[in-house]
Structure formats: C-alpha cells, structure tokens
Design a protein around this ligand. Sequence first.
Ligand SMILES: Nc1ncnc2c1ncn2[C@@H]1O[C@H](COP(=O)(O)OP(=O)(O)OP(=O)(O)O)[C@@H](O)[C@H]1O
Ligand SMILES: O=C(O)C1=C[C@@H](O)[C@@H](O)[C@H](O)C1
Ligand SMILES: [Mg+2]
Length: 165
Amino acid sequence: MAPAVVLVGVMGAGKTTVGAALAERLGVPFADTDTIIEERAGKPIPEIFVDDGEAAFREQERAVVAECVETFPGVLALGGGAILDDGTRQRLTEQTVVFLTVELGDAIKRVGLGAGRPLLAINPRATLRHLMEQRRPLYLEVATHVIATDGREPADLAAEIAALL
Ligand SMILES: Nc1ncnc2c1ncn2[C@@H]1O[C@H](COP(=O)(O)OP(=O)(O)OP(=O)(O)O)[C@@H](O)[C@H]1O
Ligand SMILES: O=C(O)C1=C[C@@H](O)[C@@H](O)[C@H](O)C1
Ligand SMILES: [Mg+2]
C-alpha cells in the first residue's frame, strides 16, 4: 500500500505540522521519517549526527523512506534532505507528492536558531538559504503539487491539500 500523499520541502516548510493536520482531516495515519529514524535509533537526530555521522543518517533515511513508500497507507512527511538521494527521488516519481514552499524569512522565524536541526547549528540563515537554492530543483523534480505556505495557517494548508487529492 502506498501513501495517500508524501510531503517534501526544506526545514521549516511545515511538513510535520501540516502533515499531522492533513492526516487528521483525512482520517488516515500520519508518519514522519525523522520520527521513525529517531525511534529506531533510540536517540534524537542531533545525537545521530554527532555519534554516527550524517552519512549514516542518510543511509537510514533512504531505507525508512523506501519502506514507508512501499507500505505506509497515510500521510507521510519526509525529512528535508531525503530528496538528496537519487533512489528516493526515483521512488517518489510514482507517488502523489506535495512540495511545501516557504520564503527564507518565514522559514527562519519558524525554525528559530535551528534547535534540533543539526545542519542549522552554525549560521542558520545562510545555511538555510543555501539548502533552499540547492534543493529546490530536486523538490520540483518529484512534486505533483507545489503549495506556498507563507502567511498561511497549517489547518488552511491541510484543507487545500485535502481538496487536491
Ligand atoms: N504554516 C505555518 N505557519 C506558521 N508556523 C508554522 C507553519 N507550519 C509550521 N509552522 C511552525 O514552524 C515550525 C517548523 O514546522 P515543522 O516542524 O512542521 O517543519 P518541517 O518542514 O517538518 O521541518 P523539518 O524538515 O526540520 O522536519 C514549527 O514550530 C511549526 O509550528
Ligand atoms: O534538511 C535536512 O537535511 C534535514 C532536515 C530534517 O528534517 C532532518 O531530517 C535532519 O535535521 C536533516
Ligand atoms: Mg519535520
């Protein structure tokens, strides 16, 4: 069974927040690959990065995304960097994927100083700007729908996505 919808976008786009609201609205389960990885590792993402390294996290992320795309029947939120993997992007081309976009200013307000997001530990604004520029083409490559989230409430975004499905 494939997911009803997969949410992608940079850190702060609202994948987790909007995804949970959407799942509730649709009456289906919600899963977040970051949460699954943390549960399996028994530690939060910043600790996985420190103890095991980003490459090990990406390896785990690739496996968890593959498993969820095969078997998870609800709303699936991906980690912001999951689309860096070629195999993951290939898998996503067969799914309904919503790319949540956010402008840098709103994203920075949402993620604050990047707590819990190891890639934003140093110079969050410049780093996030760079990640957005680098990844935008990759999100667009897999997106079925693109939705701008700036200045909009998660519940309102969930209603729009539900209407698209
Ligand atoms: N549309 C929105 N308007 C205002 N705040 C929002 C909106 N969407 C999310 N937020 C807030 O922004 C923060 C980041 O949201 P969220 O964790 O859902 O992002 P994410 O895309 O899942 O990020 P990550 O890739 O790091 O997991 C949260 O504090 C959330 O409450
Ligand atoms: O954008 C990224 O590369 C990341 C986003 C988060 O969802 C986590 O998956 C992790 O902090 C890495
Ligand atoms: Mg998230």
